[in-house]
Structures are given as structure tokens and as C-alpha cells.
Design a protein around this ligand. Structure first.
Ligand SMILES: [Zn+2]
Length: 440
């Protein structure tokens, strides 16, 4: 197939309309090909011409979107609710498959699961119906490390379970009591050892850290990314830039938590912490940008209603102060570069393409009717023409399947939006239990 498109470069700029072709899973630019190669590519394009036509001429094409922080196997915010929802493994599998399919149809051709999705759970879903997935399998906090007999053992356990990413939860999160400090849950030596163990098998380390010494330790140890990083300081940003640490802010999830509190579905005791997080997080994004830290888009989504609305995080990055061009880089090439750092055993289970839209690169991309730099265009469900996953055309999710989540409080409740609700008791409002984990 081919189409005349404005092509996004790695730095977020766009070309003049250019004929872009893809065949056998890869991009081929006619201008760049020799006469013989052109004829060959033409034959391949002809062979695939029976597939749906893109109807994208004169539109825009960007590399496949990347969500560097998602929980695809989570379908409720609270761990206790998840346990109820997940009681039937088949229902959980169906929900997870739907979540990943909606995420792919929203333009996300690669995701990094930050905990919850297992290797077996991922492998049950055909790679044709989901993004490429980096796996961390389980979150490792202080309690998990202690239960395993130390952080090293907990790290080894997730690596043996097929993790390509080690997810460390190194500070408290939103559900911690008010005035909880930013104390690091792991020492500098523990961080160093965890990164070394992950490195030895080509896995990466991603660190949930709101701020404080956990960020210092993660950067010094060579962790690949800092998640959330709400209280990132300029000095830390300077070191992160020098060390090549990627920053993965998750702006929107905290606003969704605020909405769940307003609606009475999460304890009001969380309000002070989450309000402070919402107030400080955009500043951390600007600090990271101003100091040259690579920023990747992450949603931290973990409910059925959220999966598939991931493009709204792009708007949140722009609202925080990134230019649309910077946000496009965060949502595409920076995320791909981050995910490509995990190359388990030297041979990645699911290689994430980093070539962007260049001749010979794997054809992961999103075709758009509207200029994605225009406010609201990328998150507009109507603006996506189609998604390419390894050159295979995927129709975008219809607006009804992935509605833009409202900016007004969700009603009647986050939990009641879970679909389908398998038993009557799950359709009733949550009794506002305190989540047993402290996430995000
Ligand atoms: Zn998370």
C-alpha cells in the first residue's frame, strides 16, 4: 500500500507530502529506491493491494505510539476490586485481550506493562491483536522484596517469570497516609544490585519514585527510567540527562484519582497527597525538558474504561508545558528508544522498532487526517485513519469503543464503568475500601 503523507521525523518535525509505501512489514520510499528495488516493492505492494485502502492521502503519519507505563491486565483501580473482578481467569483474559486490542486500535503499537500482565497471560493473546509488549510481570516493593528474602531474590523471580523489565516501587504513592515522606524503600546498594542482575540478562529497570533519594539512587544505579517523578529536582534532572535516564511522567492518572475521590469512590484521605501530586507534576515535566532529559509518555492506566483512551496523556503533556512537537517525540520515538533498552538474553522477545518512518524500518505507525500538532487533534477519535503494526493495516477503534474520557468527574462511578460486570455485587458502588497497594 502507499499514500501521500506528511511524515514525522525523529525530532517531531514533518516533511512536505511524500509518497510513503509499505510492503512486507517495512516502509519503502519510492524516491529512495533504485529502479530494480522499486519494481520489486511495486510487486509486493500489488500483492497486498487487496487489503483495505488507507484513504489517507495528504494526511499525516507518525511512528507508532508507545505507552511506557500501563497495566493492561488491571481492570479496576483498587487491588481488592481487581481480585473480585479477576476471580474467573477466563473473564480476566477476555478483559485483558480487549484492553490491549483497544490500546492498539488507539494507535499504540508498543506498550510496557508496569506490573500485572504475566508472560502466559500475554502469550494467550495473538500478537496480531495487541501492541508489542514489554513485561515487568509484578511490582516489587519493600514488602515483596522482604517476602522473597531480599530484593535480589525478588528480582531474580520476576526475571525467571519472563520479565523484560524489573519494576521497583521505591517510594510511597497516592494511597499513603498524608504527610508520608519521600523516603526510599531501597538502599543505593540494593538499587545497584537490582540493576546489575537485570543488566546481566538484558532486562531494564523502571522505578516508581515520586522524588527524593529513590530518584538519586535510581539514576546512580543506571535504572532505565523514573516513573511519576513528581518532585524531580533540577539537580536530579541534570544527572538523569547525563546518565541517559528516561523520565516517564503519568500526569493524567492523578487527575482521574482526584475524580474518583470527588465521586466518593476512593477515600477522601488520599486528597491531600493527590492534590499535591497534581500541583507539582507538570513542573517536573518542565524541569526534565529544560535539562534535556528524555521524556516518554506513560498513562499508568489500569481500568477497563481507561484502556484505549491513552492518547489523552498526549494532551496532558502539552498542558504541562511541552510543545506539541516535544510531546510527539515523547509519545513515539522516546518511548520506543526506552523500550528497546530491554533486550532480554540479547534477543528481545518482542523487538520494539526504533527506526521511525524511514526506508526499511518496521512499519509501525499511525495515519492521521489532522495535523497532530494542532490542539486536540491527536486525541480526537475521528482523526485516526488507521494504524500500522508491522505493515498490517488495523482499523482504528470506533469512537464508541474508546471514548475520550471526560474531564468532568466520572459518574456514577469508576467501578460501575467496568464492562461487563459479571455479578450483581460488582455493579453496586465500591464501599470505598483503602487500596491494599499504594499505587500509583
Ligand atoms: Zn503503574
Amino acid at each position: 500500500m502507499s499514500a501521500v503523507l506528511r511524515v514525522m521525523a525523529a525530532n517531531g518535525s514533518f516533511s512536505e507530502p511524500t509518497r510513503v509505501s509499505w510492503a512486507s512489514g517495512r516502509f519503502a520510499f519510492e524516491e529512495a529506491a533504485g529502479a530494480e528495488a522499486s519494481a520489486e516493492a511495486g510487486a509486493e505492494i500489488g500483492a497486498e493491494a487487496g487489503a483495505a485502502a488507507p484513504h489517507a492521502d495528504a494526511g499525516w503519519i507518525i511512528p507508532g505510539l508507545v505507552d511506557a507505563h500501563v497495566h493492561a491486565a488491571w481492570h479496576a483501580f483498587d487491588a481488592a476490586d481487581r481480585e473480585i473482578l479477576d476471580a474467573d481467569p477466563e473473564v480476566k483474559h477476555e478483559r485483558t485481550a480487549t484492553a490491549l486490542a483497544n490500546t492498539l486500535r488507539a494507535g499504540f503499537t508498543s506498550v510496557r506493562d508496569a506490573g500485572g500482565l504475566t508472560l502466559a497471560g500475554c502469550d494467550r493473546i495473538s500478537a496480531e491483536n495487541r501492541p508489542r509488549v514489554g513485561l515487568s510481570v509484578a511490582l516489587i516493593g519493600r514488602a515483596e522484596a522482604d517476602a522473597a528474602g531480599g530484593l535480589d531474590r525478588a528480582v531474580d523471580a520476576v526475571l525467571e517469570a519472563g520479565a523484560t523489565w524489573v519494576k521497583l516501587v521505591a517510594t510511597a504513592g497516592v494511597a499513603a497516609p498524608p504527610r508520608t515522606t519521600l523516603e526510599s524503600h531501597f538502599s543505593a546498594a540494593e538499587f545497584a544490585s537490582a540493576v546489575a542482575r537485570a543488566d546481566a540478562v538484558g532486562a531494564g529497570v523502571m522505578v516508581h519514585a515520586w522524588g527524593g533519594a529513590a530518584i538519586d539512587h535510581a539514576i546512580a544505579a543506571g535504572a532505565a527510567s523514573i516513573e511519576h517523578g513528581i518532585y524531580l529536582t533540577p539537580a536530579q534532572a541534570r544527572r538523569a540527562a547525563d546518565a541517559g535516564t528516561t523520565f516517564v511522567p503519568t500526569l493524567r492518572i492523578y487527575r482521574l484519582v482526584q475524580q474518583m475521590i470527588s465521586a466518593g469512590h476512593l477515600p477522601a484521605a488520599f486528597a491531600d497527597r493527590v492534590d499535591d501530586a497534581v500541583a507539582h507534576h507538570p513542573g517536573a515535566v518542565r524541569i526534565a525538558r529544560d535539562h534535556g532529559v528524555a521524556i516518554a509518555l506513560g498513562t499508568d492506566y489500569g481500568t477497563s474504561a481507561q484502556h484505549g483512551t491513552n492518547r489523552l496523556e498526549f494532551d496532558a503533556l502539552v498542558d504541562a508545558g511541552l510543545t506539541p512537537r516535544e510531546a510527539l517525540v515523547a509519545a513515539t520515538t522516546a518511548g520506543a528508544d526506552l523500550l528497546a533498552r530491554a533486550q532480554q538474553q540479547g534477543a528481545p522477545r518482542e523487538a520494539v522498532p526504533t527506526g521511525g518512518i524511514t526506508a526499511g524500518a518496521v512499519a509501525d505507525a499511525v495515519l492521521l487526517r489532522r495535523d497532530p500538532r494542532e490542539r486536540g487533534a491527536l486525541s480526537d477519535p475521528e482523526s485516526i485513519v488507521g494504524v500500522l503494526l508491522g505493515g498490517r493495516w488495523i482499523d482504528p477503534a470506533p469512537p464508541s469503543a474508546a471514548p475520550p474520557a471526560p474531564r468532568t468527574p466520572r459518574t456514577p462511578s469508576q467501578t460501575s464503568q467496568l464492562t461487563p460486570s459479571p455479578t450483581p455485587q460488582q455493579t453496586s458502588p465500591v464501599q470505598a475500601p483503602a487500596p491494599r497497594e499504594d499505587h500509583p
